[in-house]
Design a protein around this ligand. Structure first.
Ligand SMILES: C[S@@+](CC[C@H](N)C(=O)[O-])C[C@H]1O[C@@H](n2cnc3c(N)ncnc32)[C@H](O)[C@@H]1O
Length: 264
């Protein structure tokens, strides 16, 4: 077995991360970023380092599942959600269910929860649930805690901060229970082929598929199609696109913001 293959086997065993399911180029780039930071010069040296230093497993797993995110990332998408998509659902439904797939540390589902709360504050008849899932249990712990630094809130106005966050003594901002309670965090692997629920009204899966091959992206489109109710919305990341083979599953709702709709 070559050095790289041996390293991947150890990563799968130690970090529980199935490297073989991802593009090799991507895995190599992420491992190289750890090699730079650990001053190891080739795969063999990094492999030795990983086996001798159990504390390397967590940062390596984080590097493999990069989970950079922030509140209201790409604010224009959230403006369309606030102005059009969510009010459309609130007009048609008494129960609104949303799935944020690949939610990382929770900023995206909490941003949607803030919009939903503001929209339905005077509508006690509407029930909202946001399922927020990720493969990485470390980020889910952070998401559940709901404690953030100012930087991740740079797109949140002061009025919203005051209404939906508590400022702690250490300067961090904690999401308040009226928002937190709308979101249910769960571990879920998007490659499992199993949807978290069905008849959903919105699925967001943004900035996740850069890790996936074309075939996996197509399978994901089928998964989200089966998870959505007719007329439900599928929101992709700004740089993501639907492959030719699965284009027919959705109709464009807002092309610029990558918002699609499952045909009725
Ligand atoms: C860059 S973050 C995106 C966060 C958020 N959606 C956003 O756009 O700001 C990508 C997330 O996808 C998650 N991820 C990667 N592969 C996954 C898989 N197979 N199943 C579920 N989540 C996955 C990573 O753990 C990471 O937290």
């Amino acid at each position: 077995m070559d050095e790289f293959a041996a390293l991947l086997r150890s990563i799968e065993r130690l970090a529980g991360f199935r490297c073989s399911r991802y593009k090799e180029d991507y895995i190599k780039r992420r491992i190289l970023s750890r090699m730079r930071l650990t001053n190891t010069e080739d795969y063999e040296a990094y492999h030795r380092y990983l086996l001798a230093n159990p504390q390397e497993v967590d940062p390596l797993r984080n590097a493999l599942t990069i989970n950079v995110t922030k509140f209201f990332r790409d604010p224009e998408v959230f403006e369309v959600l606030q102005r059009e998509v969510l009010p459309d659902l609130a007009r048609r439904k008494k129960t609104i269910r949303i799935w944020c797939a690949g939610c990382a540390t929770g900023e995206e589902p909490y941003s949607i929860a803030i919009l939903m709360h503001e929209l339905t504050a005077l509508r006690r008849d509407i029930n909202v649930t946001i399922y927020a899932t990720d493969i990485d249990t470390g980020v889910l712990q952070k998401a559940t805690a709901g404690i953030y630094d100012e930087k991740t809130l740079e797109n949140v106005g002061e009025r919203r901060i005051q209404k939906h966050f508590t400022r702690r003594d250490d300067g961090m901002l904690e999401i308040r229970p009226h928002i937190r309670d709308l979101v249910k965090f769960r571990r879920h692997d998007l490659m499992s082929g199993i949807p978290i629920a069905r008849y959903l009204d919105v699925v967001t899966c943004r900035n996740v598929t850069i890790y996936f091959t074309e075939g996996q992206k197509n399978e994901l489109a089928h998964l989200f199609h089966s998870a959505l109710a007719a007329d439900g919305y599928y929101i992709m990341g700004k740089t993501e696109y639907l492959g030719r083979e699965v284009e027919h599953l959705f109709t464009p709702y807002n092309i610029a913001q990558k918002i699609l709709q499952k045909p009725a």
